[in-house]
Design a protein around this ligand. Sequence first.
Ligand code: ADP
Ligand code: MG
Length: 258
Amino acid sequence: MMGIFSRNNADIKNNETKMENKTTEINNNSNGTALKVESLSKIYDSAAGRVVALANVNFTIKKGEFVSIVGPSGSGKSTLLNMIGALDRPTTGKVYINGINIFSLSDSQIATMRNTLIGFVFQSFNLINRTTVQKNVKLPSTIAGMSHSDANERTQKILEALGIADKATQKPINLSGGQQQRVAIARALVNNPTIILADEPTGNLDTKTGDDVFDMLKSLSHKFRRTIIMVTHNPELAKSTDRSILIRDGRIDTDVVN
Ligand code: ADP
Ligand code: MG
């Protein structure tokens, strides 16, 4: 995986500069901090009633940290990841990524931020099955405005780094679960994001394949200083991350360094 992830610090800087030009609310003390979550709450109001999914959550994550989020089903883990990734707006509270208060941005700025600063990996892969592996991985870079030749080159390098270059012309549906999750990780990495958010990335994989996918995330974190936040139900994997945050009933119960 040499070169490809370390080479692009300039790209990250460019993204940061672009974002900073677009927004007024910047926390200048963000050196070394990838993410800050401040008094975050999310309340869902539905026909079934009012659900407090997150209640006043606060934490900070350093650049390069690999953090696991654990907790019972329904405790608010996915809601938390969705707020951090700006897939949904919180009811109250703030999320700072690279010092930028993301919910102070307009919707179109949020979309740009999400595409360039955040990479998502989901339990169910969420790949586009009617097109090829190569096109799946390349898509976010095209959306970000990268030229086709640069995007093709970067896609090829990432597919090689993740050991799936030979699958480039296949459709995701024809790959194994582990290979599909590698494609999803490749797609998450293509724009060299500040933060990778993974919601139970090994949840649909057998133990051995899940461990391989986990090892890949861990090496991204340690060798290339990617900041990773991973929800998992697997206590062994959680213990192998730098830090585990336990969520219960929408609140942080414990936050421990492993
Ligand atoms: P986890 O990922 O820890 O299993 P979630 O974040 O998915 O938990 O859900 C937290 C709580 O919020 C649950 O009670 C869930 O039913 C509720 N919830 C999640 N999404 C919605 C939604 N879109 N509308 C209403 N309630 C929701
Ligand atoms: Mg969930």
